[in-house]
Design a protein around this ligand. Structure first.
Ligand code: ZN
Ligand code: ZN
Ligand code: FE
Length: 758
């Protein structure tokens, strides 16, 4: 490092810097160029596989200022590290230039996530004097598609699907002009040279947006090709249109997201706090779950039984044009049938959605990276991802150690997959549910794409311990040695990696279902865990899971099981089949013990009459949470010892619920007392686990921590008791985060366990 003051200002110096962070595809090189030219420096800047390299020479004081300015690059760029090559000799380079990418092929490449249309581009979109007035594919160096259009890294136009659209003279001039917002913008295009929008199902020659709006006004469903795949849209105020969309998608109750024209429009239908508003307006443009206000303008069937609605704002020129024109909220949901991956090609759109839609809004720019909308909820004061896809994927995450490259298959539900390279992990966007054949194909596609983009060559495939998982057979057919990772260990590991926590924690892993090494169904676990392994410290007292998958869908089966365990007559469960389930439990036929916390939610929702049968995963728990009021006494959930295991005993809780139901206490009060009870039991369990192990930090992970009320009560209680609390934010707490944990555990094992070369 040179000391500027000690060197005469006439001396020239040279500095060669390797810059890591979010620096490709975000207007970083043009920024570097402008700063360098402003300081009178010579040299150049280029994209490498691992980031951006800057070679600058000139006055040493100017170079110092230059380096400070690089570190302070404006968003969406973000500089994580600047590494300087030692003692570079002065070359006497010519004027500063942006050079074409060099690929040194050493470090992992970076792939930026897609960015929502920036305010400057939106202003141009609606400016009749601008040459991109009403142009749906408007973008600049600071916004537009990235992950969804890149074929190969590094990110340059010729390696994206914009290679099919050679820029016209005007676009070329902007690309070359350092004063332009589109200086070196790879996705630059205009009406003359860019992709074309067209409306299928409408008279030829008309305005495609106008045709779509007309169809929407008639109550029809419109399919539109968005950034990372097809969307299906309909009028969110029109209950009949929403019902048709539900029938077409095969989706009974699962909530639909709603796109609004502006934050102001969202504020009319929902209550918006500052954190939710900031998340909504962020460049990632996620769906944000916000409380609905009164009956409001939206059809109730948009999110039946829930107090919140998934709201989001336009993220592309096409969305802005459609919403401005329609001037009312639109249901905007992934273009697929439930649990299938979202359709991305024109052929797929026609085949799968053509019969559903009045009009299909299509374009001719290929989508090579599938990406659904991400879903965020503000919990404990911060935005936290429930579904991680567009705007966030693919990463990277720092593993905290260097390991061999691995592939992690992920969980069967809400699947994402993960690849590692050296010290980093890259988590794919949401793929779908692997039971679905199309989702399995999308998985294979995504794997190939991730390995190519990040140039990783996995030596092993990590997968869930469950022998019957689709992911397990995918791993065994991958041609790689397979490394099984227990489901809840993977949940805890993903929380450790995302928080950069190096040690061992008390991992509270609560979810619906995960295969335990003892062959039973786990889901209410307290683990002592780090990346090297885990021990089970505690659990929820097991009851019978009767009838496999049916017991997951039909919450009343869990009510029967918990009543029998608590010594209460199960005849109070009115569901048809309750008596035969009671017999199954008595004989043990087709039952398996489960310690699942998610299933306890189902049982309580059934007992207080909130929901007997769920049509989507987590429905009963979400409806129970939606009822919660402030400040009720917790139900008792005492902690026992079962051999070496701590055990939360749900029997007194179940008896208290029954007494409240019989006493005419409202479901809202029961839901509140239930949440308070399990949060208190969580804190008590962690206290006991700390006494046994000395561990001071707690990781809260698993699908149950999508629950805001539970998460906030638990985090507050733990902190008051002196614990350090690790929560998820950039990785979903549910099974969408499993792949990252699998990858970290497998890479750790291969890196640290001598002779373990499976
Ligand atoms: Zn822009
Ligand atoms: Zn053009
Ligand atoms: Fe799980």
């Amino acid at each position: 490092m040179m000391v500027a003051a000690a060197i005469p200002t006439t001396t020239r110096a040279r500095r060669v810097l390797d810059i890591r962070g979010v620096v490709q595809g975000v207007g970083f090189r043009p920024y570097v160029y402008r700063v360098a030219v402003g300081l009178g420096l010579s040299g150049g800047v280029w994209n490498g596989a691992g980031g951006v390299t800057v070679d600058a020479e000139g006055d040493p004081v100017a170079l110092d200022r230059f380096c400070a300015a690089l570190r302070a690059a404006p968003p969406p760029a973000r500089v994580d590290s600047v590494e300087e090559s030692p003692s570079a000799p002065v070359l006497g380079q010519a004027a500063f230039a942006i050079r074409s990418s060099r690929d040194e092929g050493v470090a992992s490449p970076r792939v930026a996530a897609d960015l929502a249309t920036c305010p400057e581009c939106v202003a141009e979109l609606f400016d009749p004097g601008d040459r991109r007035y009403l142009y749906p594919f408007i973008a600049c160096a600071a916004c537009g598609p990235r992950y969804t259009v890149i074929r190969e890294s590094p990110y340059d136009r010729q390696r994206t699907t914009f290679d099919a659209f050679p820029p016209c003279a005007s676009c070329g001039d902007e690309y070359d002009d350092p004063a332009s917002r589109r200086f070196h913008a790879q996705a630059i295009s205009c009406d003359e040279c860019g992709p074309r929008l067209r409306a299928e199902g409408a008279p030829a020659g008309g305005d495609p947006i106008a045709a779509a709006v007309l169809a929407l006004r008639r109550g029809e469903i419109v399919g539109l090709m968005s950034l990372g795949g097809m969307h299906l849209a309909c009028d969110a105020r029109d209950a009949a249109a929403v019902a048709r969309l539900r029938a077409a998608k095969g989706r009974a109750d699962k909530p639909f997201a709603v796109m609004f024209e502006s934050a102001f429009a969202i504020g009319e239908a929902c209550s918006l706090d500052a954190a939710s508003r900031a998340a909504l307006e962020g460049r990632e443009r996620p769906i944000v779950l916000v409380p609905r206000r009164g009956a409001g303008a939206l059809a109730a069937s948009v999110a039946p039984g829930l107090g919140e609605v998934g709201a989001f704002l336009p993220g592309t020129g096409l969305h802005h044009l459609l919403l401005r024109s329609f001037a009312a909220p639109l249901v905007m949901t992934s273009g697929n049938r439930t649990d299938e991956p979202v359709a991305t090609s024109v052929e797929e759109a026609r085949r799968r959605l053509g019969s559903i839609c009045g009009v299909l809004l299509l374009h001719d720019r290929e989508i090579v990276g599938r990406a659904d909308d991400s879903v965020v909820r503000v919990t404990a004061g911060a935005p936290r991802l429930l579904r991680r896809a567009k705007g966030y994927a693919p990463g990277p995450f720092a593993l905290g150690f260097a390991g061999p490259d691995v592939l992690a298959v992920g969980a069967d539900l809400k699947n994402t997959l993960c690849v590692t390279r050296g010290t980093e992990a890259f988590l794919s966007p949401h793929v779908g549910d692997l039971e679905d054949l199309d989702a399995q194909m999308a998985w294979q596609e995504t794997r190939a794409r991730m390995e190519r983009l990040f140039r990783t060559f996995p030596v092993a495939a990590a997968h869930d311990l469950h022998p019957g998982y689709h992911g397990t057979s995918i791993a065994s057919r991958s041609g790689l040695p397979a490394i099984p990772v227990q489901h809840h260990h993977a949940h805890v590991a993903s929380c450790l990696v995302e928080n950069g926590f190096p040690g061992r924690v008390i991992g509270v892993a609560w979810d619906g279902t995960g295969y335990g090494p003892d062959g039973t169904v786990w889901g209410g676990e307290i683990l002592g865990a780090d990346l090297s392994g885990f021990t089970r410290l505690g659990r929820l007292r097991p009851v019978a899971l009767a009838g496999g998958d049916a017991a997951v869908r039909e919450g009343w089966r869990m009510a029967v099981a918990h009543l029998i365990d608590a010594g209460v007559d199960p005849a109070r469960v009115a569901a048809r089949g309750a008596a035969s389930v009671a017999r199954m439990i008595a004989t043990g036929a087709a039952t398996v013990p489960t310690s699942s916390m998610g299933r306890l939610f189902d049982a309580v929702a059934s007992l207080c009459g909130v929901r007997q049968v769920s049509s989507y995963e987590g429905q009963a728990a979400q409806e129970l949470e939606a009822l919660v009021l402030d400040g009720d006494d917790p139900y008792p959930l005492p902690l026992d010892e079962h051999g070496a295991l701590l055990e939360m005993d749900a029997r007194p809780l179940v008896r208290a619920v029954v007494a409240d139901v019989d006493g005419g206490v409202s479901p809202a009060v029961i839901a509140s007392r239930f949440h308070a009870g399990i949060a208190a039991a969580l804190v008590a369990s962690c206290r006991a686990a700390r006494e046994r192990t000395g561990l001071q930090a707690v990781a809260l992970t698993g699908g149950c921590f999508a629950n805001r009320r539970l998460t906030e009560l638990a985090a507050t209680g733990l902190k008051a008791d002196g614990f350090e609390v690790l929560l998820h934010a950039r990785v979903p707490p549910g099974d969408g985060g499993i792949a990252l944990g699998q990858a970290a555990v497998a890479a750790w094992r291969l890196a640290h366990v001598p002779g373990d070369s499976r």
